[in-house]
Write a protein that binds this ligand. Structure first.
Ligand code: NAD
Length: 366
């Protein structure tokens, strides 16, 4: 029997608890199938935590996450807390401090468009025949969002706004190694996106990637300017395997990628850091708390289920169960099961509730 892994479960607000319930049921089924065990501890976060104790990230939640091997996160926020000061709101008050506290420097977002869901993508069908499967690796703790100095005010008789785009070599090296390893475990193609024709930080970024490439002979490295990458993602997303980029570019490109995939409810994400030999991570759907559909039993739980699968893969190294979770989701879609967000009215579609989709995935997990 493998060692028991501890999971901090932070379901949060809106559809968070509904989709988390399904992810945990699928985890139960995977444990039975593959003979491993997890111990789950549930903690308040976001609006639910503000209501319970006045803070979006209570001390007890943070300590619980520290004691865990991974964090499975739902989503936070909603209109009820929108009038609070920005730093106290669920997202700013919980997610950003968690990222900072654990130095979660790498954000992995798979962008998968399954052949059966091509109609849900806004792209013309002839551009994405057969679907596509991209992994975007975004540097998450450096660059312009964190660089100092930052300033908004008067200088030399004029109002200015100032941000600093800075990368240290060590920051680029660690994200580069992670991206090369991710590409080595997939189709072996890594596209590094930068703006090396204009930005010094990008020239350094490109140099580091070129140097490190020799350590990964099985990976084919290419470079692309960010403006071209934004175009290529809507022209021919199927050309990409793994994309790696810095924080600001990644923020924009990952949303573009989510859009071309079709539904937000399908896209998981992982934010990772190293803990000695192990990879610690926060795993969450790419979408938000969807207050417009919360409590109706119609939310798509697939992004949360796939986030749980990423946890098995990256933090626990349970590759076979992780592959099985991904395969069960694909099989459920192939069999025609659709939550409302995925429905196109095509023949053979069966509209299911949130728990109905959970049932379908569990029945196809083996
Ligand atoms: P959203 O992602 O919550 O919703 C956008 C649209 O996508 C909505 O129509 C929603 O119904 C739909 N959608 C999202 N997930 C879905 C799912 N699993 N199944 C079916 N449909 C789904 O974004 P928003 O409306 O801009 O934000 C709502 C709240 O979520 C805000 O308070 C925002 O701050 C918060 N938010 C939280 C996170 C997070 O916790 N990481 C991320 C983004 C937004």
């Amino acid at each position: 029997m493998k060692e028991t892994r501890r999971v901090a479960v932070l379901a949060g607000d809106g559809i968070g608890p509904e989709v988390m319930r399904e992810a945990l049921r699928v985890l139960d089924a995977a444990e039975k199938c593959y003979g491993f065990r997890t111990e789950r501890m549930e903690y308040d976060v976001g609006g639910a935590a503000i209501d319970a104790c006045g803070r979006a990230l209570p001390e007890q939640t943070l300590r619980g996450c520290e004691a865990a091997d991974a964090i499975l996160f739902g989503s936070v926020g909603g209109p009820k807390w929108d009038s609070l000061p920005l730093d106290e709101r669920p997202e700013r008050g919980a997610l950003l401090p968690l990222r900072r506290h654990f130095d979660l420097f790498a954000n992995l977002r798979p962008g998968v468009c399954l052949p059966e869901l091509i109609a849900a993508s806004p792209l013309k069908e002839n551009l994405i025949t057969g679907g596509f499967d991209i992994l975007c690796v975004r540097e998450l703790t450096g660059g312009m969002y964190f660089g100092q100095p930052k300033f908004y005010g008067e200088r030399d008789g004029e109002i200015i706004g100032l941000d600093t785009l800075i990368y240290r070599r060590s920051e680029v090296e660690r994200i580069a190694h992670l991206a090369f390893r991710a590409a080595a475990g997939r189709r072996g193609k890594l596209c590094s996106v930068d703006k090396a024709n204009v930005l010094s930080s990008s020239v350094m970024w490109r140099d580091v990637f070129n140097e490190i490439a020799s350590q990964y002979p099985q990976v084919q490295l290419s470079h692309m300017y960010v403006d071209n990458a934004a175009m290529q993602l809507v022209r021919n997303p199927g050309q990409f395997d793994v994309i790696v980029t810095e924080n600001t570019f990644g923020d924009i490109l990952t949303d573009e990628m989510a859009m071309v995939c079709g539904s937000l409810g399908m896209l998981p994400s992982a934010s990772l850091c190293s803990r000695g030999e192990k990879t610690f991570g926060l795993y969450e759907p790419s979408g938000g708390s969807a207050p417009d559909i919360a409590g109706k039993g119609i939310a798509n739980p697939i992004a949360q289920i796939l986030s749980m699968g990423m946890m098995l893969r990256y933090s626990f190294g349970y590759i076979e169960p992780a592959d099985a979770v991904d395969a069960a989701v694909r099989a459920a879609i192939a069999a025609g099961f659709r939550t409302r967000d995925l429905a196109t009215g095509a023949v053979g579609e069966q509209i299911v509730t949130t728990s109905g989709m959970g049932d379908a995935v569990i029945s196809l997990l083996h």
